[in-house]
Each structure stands twice: as C-alpha cells, then as structure tokens.
Design a protein around this ligand. Structure first.
Ligand SMILES: *Cc1c(COP(=O)(O)O)cnc(C)c1O
Length: 371
C-alpha cells in the first residue's frame, strides 16, 4: 500500500489476468473496526493529572531523592543502556541476599505483569478488589480472567480459590499482599496453601512490602519453584524512574527474559536507582517516617466516628464514608486529592500517607467535610 497525499491510499492487487488499483481514503477509514475485539472493549487505565495542592491519590512516596550532577555526568545519551541492568541487579542481590540470576528488571512492575502473562498465558486468577493491571493486561492479551471476591475481612476466600484452581487450572495467580486498595496482608497460611495447590505460577506482588510488619515471602522462594515475588521502586520514592523487579527461580527468569524488550530500563533510571538503592540508611529512614505517619494518621482518622477505616500494612489507608463522591469532590475543592474507589470498593476513598504537614492538611479538610 502506498501513501499518496496524506489522506488517500491505493493498493495494487494483481490477479492472473488483471491488475486492480483499489483506492482507500483514510478519512473514511473505520479504525475501531481494525482494532482487535478484546482491545476495542477495553478502557485505558485512568491516570489523569488533576491539579491539587496536596497529592495523596497514587500511593507515591512524599520523599523524593536528589540527583547529583556526578550521576548525570556518567550517562551517555548516545549509547543504549546496559540491556540487563547488571548494576541494579547486583545491588538488589546484595540488599536482599539473592542471586542476580534470580532477578529480572522491568520498566515498572506493570511491565513485568505484561511479561509474565505473555510468557505463561492464562487463565489468570486474582482476588478482587485488587490492583487493576492484572485484569487489564490479561484482557489485552486475550487471556481468560478469573476474579474471585475477597471475604468480608478482605482476606482470600480460600475455598473459592482452591475450587477455581481445581476447575480452571489457572497458569498464573496474582496476589497483591499487602493488597491495593484494601491495605491488608492476606493470611500467609492461605497464600502458602495456594502456592502448594497450584499447578501454575503464583505471583506475590510485594509492591507495599517495605511498609508491612509481616516478613513477606522472600524466605520461601527456595522452597517453592512456582513462587514469584514482585517488587517495585515506585512506592519508595522512585515512581518516576519506572523500575520494578521480580525474583524467582532462574528457570522462570530465563523464560520471562525471552519476551523482555532489549533495553527496557533506561540509562537514567539505571544510574539513579543504583545510586539510591546503595543508600539503605536514607531509604529506610523515609520508609520508617511513612510507617509512623500512617500509624498517626490512622489514630487521628479513628477519632472521626462517621468514617470507617480499614487497617493498613501499606502506605495508604482505605476508608468508607457516606456520600463518598461528594466527600471526594469537597476534599479536592480544598486542594486535597485522594483516590475515589467507586466501582472498585463502592463508598470508599483511599488516601496515601504523605508528609506530616500534608496529612495535617488532609485531616483538617476531611473533618470539615464529613463533620
Ligand atoms: C503500584 C503498584 C504496582 C505498579 O508498580 P510499578 O512498578 O509502578 O509499575 C504493582 N502492584 C501493585 C499492587 C501496585 O499497587
């Protein structure tokens, strides 16, 4: 097909006896009908930039890292980045006591979810409500999704999951623990049972593990070859770098590595992440501040009797309020942006833990709105 003048196209079709010239006019083309049906019916992940004074909607850290000129100077913009991110891998390997061969880096852990589903396929099982990307990516890749409702405590409905494992034989099970947006960790016994019973891969998404009082699943990697742990730098002050990683048996990282795009983590992210991850003291002190602010924020919110709080092991708090839509809008009018969980956990809002000052602004605004 040749482009002629920007809007018209012609295509030459040769048959045995004749040459046909078929004209297309791109102005009348129905692009939607060209899109695969499973993509056509999707809606894009909503990440609108809403102007506000205090941004507490995206589970980001309120603490960023300054970048030294020395770090920037070592970057060669004309060269491709290290395709494997050896330096970051080495630091993670040292920090967590695992081998580099067991680590795979992603452009955010979102990309790793893509790669996992591309590599293993579906059915893809996950509890709901949970992080929306498991379902969005599975659907984009045309895989069957099995969403199983959490129980009243937002813990895993183990009977229902085990039944689905037997019946549908999911190749992938995603468990976000601590779970987004509910904030709780799932019961470890239930997670272990699922890992033990599943004939597929079980991913424990530990995006919020640094804020949790539980020890997480890293120590269990050596016992279960079908266990994958996913972590990200996004919630600990480096969301802008888009860097996540998974930790798994080397056979799994090797297979998933086959679908990884060659230079998925860019030079800037590699250089900055390597620098920041080395400064464990600073990283941990930021995490401690967030956890202690979460405790304080929780105590203060508990005093507001008209809202219901859900306990959190993460860097956010989910709460239920009458008139959630209105409360969300009123908070925004006062300059405070939280996440409206409508359609995910109806009647609930999710607030990210900010600095002490930001949390104070939020608390004051919330009291004015609901009391
Ligand atoms: C934020 C989040 C992620 C995405 O992390 P990125 O590394 O920024 O892509 C993954 N899982 C859960 C549960 C999250 O909340």
């Amino acid at each position: 097909m040749k482009q002629f003048n920007g809007i018209s196209y012609f295509m030459v079709i040769r048959t045995k006896s004749k040459i046909h010239i078929v004209w297309y006019n791109s102005a009348t083309m129905n692009i939607k009908m060209l899109v695969r049906p499973n993509i056509r019916s999707l809606s894009a992940y909503e990440a609108k930039e809403i102007p506000c004074r205090v941004k507490l909607d995206a589970n980001e850290s309120p603490y960023g890292f300054k970048i030294d000129d020395a770090v920037l100077k070592q970057i060669k913009t004309n060269r491709y980045p290290d395709p494997e991110g050896k330096k970051i891998k080495q630091i993670i390997s040292k920090n967590l006591g695992i081998k580099p061969a067991n680590i795979l880096l992603g452009n955010g852990s979102d990309e790793l979810i893509y790669y996992l589903i591309t590599t293993f396929g579906g059915p893809v099982l996950y509890p709901t409500p949970t992080f929306s990307m498991y379902g969005i990516i599975a659907k984009a890749l045309k895989e069957k999704c099995i969403a199983i409702k959490l129980d009243n405590e937002f813990d895993i409905d183990i009977e229902a999951v085990l039944k689905a494992i037997k019946k549908d034989k999911p190749r992938l099970i995603f468990l976000s623990s601590p779970n987004n947006p509910t904030g709780n960790c799932f019961s470890s016994e239930k997670i272990l049972k699922i890992i033990g019973m599943s004939k597929g891969i079980v991913i424990v998404d530990e995006a919020y593990q640094p804020f949790s009082s539980e020890r997480g699943f890293l120590p269990l990697l050596k016992d279960y070859r079908n266990l994958v742990i996913m972590r990200t730098l996004s919630k600990i002050g480096m969301a802008g770098l888009r860097t996540g990683f998974l930790i798994a048996d080397a056979e799994i990282t090797e297979e998933v590595n086959k679908v990884r795009l060659p230079f998925n983590v860019n030079s800037l992210s590699q250089a900055i992440a390597s620098k920041v991850l080395k400064d464990k003291g600073k990283l941990n002190s930021f995490i401690r501040s967030i956890v202690s602010e979460r405790e304080r924020l929780f105590e203060e919110m508990e005093k507001i009797k008209v809202i219901k709080l859900y306990p959190s092991e993460a860097n956010f708090i989910l709460f239920r309020t009458g008139n959630a839509d209105k409360v969300y809008q009123e908070l925004l009018r006062k300059g405070v942006l939280v996440r409206n969980m409508k359609g995910v956990v109806n009647g609930c809002l999710r607030v990210t833990v900010g600095t002490k000052k930001e949390n104070e602004v939020f608390l004051k605004a919330l009291k004015e709105v609901v009391l």
